[in-house]
Design a binder for this molecule. Sequence first.
Ligand SMILES: Nc1ncnc2c1ncn2[C@@H]1O[C@H](COP(=O)(O)OP(=O)(O)OP(=O)(O)O)[C@@H](O)[C@H]1O
Length: 582
Amino acid sequence: MKTLMRLMIYVKPSARWVVAAVIIMILATLFDLIAPWILKEIFDKGIAVKNMSVVISLTLLLAGVQALKSAGMFLQGYSQELVGQNVVFKLREELYAKLQRLSFTYYDKAQTGQLMSRMTGDIEAVKNFVGFGAMALFTGLLTFVGTFIFMLWMQWQVTLISAVTIPLILLVLWRFYRKVGPAWSSIREQMGKLTTTLQENISGIRVVKSFAAENSEKGKFAARNKQNFETNMERAKLEAKSFPLMGLFGGLTFVLMIWLGAIFVARDEMSMGTFMAFQWYTWGMIWPLNMLGWQINIMQQAVKAAPRVFEVLDADVDIESPDAGRETKGMKGFVTFDGVSFYFADQDRKSDEPILKSIDFKVNQGEVIAVLGATGSGKSSLIGLLSRFYDTSSGRVLIDGTDVRDYELDGLRRSIGIVPQETFLFSATIRDNIAYGYPGATQEQIEHAAAKAQIHSFIEGLPHGYDTLIGERGVGLSGGQRQRVALARAILMDSPILVLDEATASVDTATESAIHEALLEVMKGRTTFIIAQRLSSIQHADRIIVLERGKLVEQGTHRELSERNGFFRKLFEQQQKQQASL
Ligand SMILES: Nc1ncnc2c1ncn2[C@@H]1O[C@H](COP(=O)(O)OP(=O)(O)OP(=O)(O)O)[C@@H](O)[C@H]1O
């Protein structure tokens, strides 16, 4: 009920169309109730007394009534579809907007396939109910009640005795209603899992193929597909058990009506016209009940699908722009980590070690800071706190003396140009990919950024140059080329802070050194964080900070750290040995 009430909020803006559809529905139902009565009159006042003019005029009236009803049904169909489409439009828009607002913490746990199935199948299920099912349900109920009243008015004894089967139909319906809900709940959930399996398989198809895992993937999909098949068959069994039974009881109603009608006609207590009209009316009483099974199906599908959509809409947006957040215009890039500790949301703060432990350091405007540390030591997490991908668990990250949580969020993120560890390119032109964070950039600015990232000549050499379309996730470019496009994207942002998270890990050492030469100019006056494993990537750093299992264990210049007998020196010696052995 709560779900249905909440869906009403989305129906409200289309209230005019709902009212139109309801009025037309009531009129159409009235026509349905009048038509058998006209038939009765044709028999009793026309055929029975051989009055052809009555027959002709009443049949014309019947045809007119039907024509009006058909026109009404067209309008009703249109308006209810409009209501459904409006609801879907609004829901999709809200869901998409919410997906944009949800934080990294949410996406760390979310399954893409589940989200996609909510955005498509679940919303579609809601539409089917709002746009068609609900109105059909009301039409059915109105027709049933109206017909029953009309029949009672015309011949109450036949009506009441014929209707003894109706409680039986209602009982079957009630049992069906109770059982089909959980079935639809599983089906919607399984559809989400099936989409997740499909999405992960397609996204990871290169891994699947390189590990020759097609068969095991097929098995995984087949298991989910079978599960879905079986739950659908369970549901179909419920339908198969309930609907024919309802049909049987409905048929019995007809039989009873004909028997009783025949007796009452023979006793002259019922006219032939009323008898004919009753056949029509009985149908008007039975079909809504039989259709109710399908309408319950549509409703239960929506009732089980809608909470899956609402769950995303209600998810906590843990990182939001503050009200009246501070503007970032003129940001200089002084960065301070002040007693920063950090746990991921799914960690247990009592038993798990924090990812970052009481980190303190200050960075001056324009300083180039290298962040070094073994894999998993917390380098990316540290940098993620700067852009508020996550918020600190304790302590503060300040830029120009202001807590990052007090800045307007979009502005903050635009002030930090990031080249992430994993490059993501969109299926669009290279130009659009570079200009992703600055759509208004001129061709000259784009080319300038590309040149700095050492990718301009490569792009120029392509048959379509900057207009070259690249595939999903940058397919068609090598890892190094992709990384340089991502670098150009960050350079174009012209932000006061630049973060290069293993940004040159996929390029050869000659290109890396050319990029670093070019970056010298880019980094000028810009606070830059370089996360790297290779010492060659950090040769231009003013200062190096070293993380070990989330702790800042060393900091200083290249020279200072080489003189200390710490992690940096060990790494330095190790890499020199490796180079010497090559
Ligand atoms: N979403 C998450 N939830 C829980 N733990 C996480 C999550 N993401 C990363 N971690 C853990 O946090 C630790 C630090 O990860 P982080 O990515 O910051 O390390 P890193 O130093 O950048 O590593 P690398 O050099 O391999 O990229 C790792 O031990 C990792 O397993």
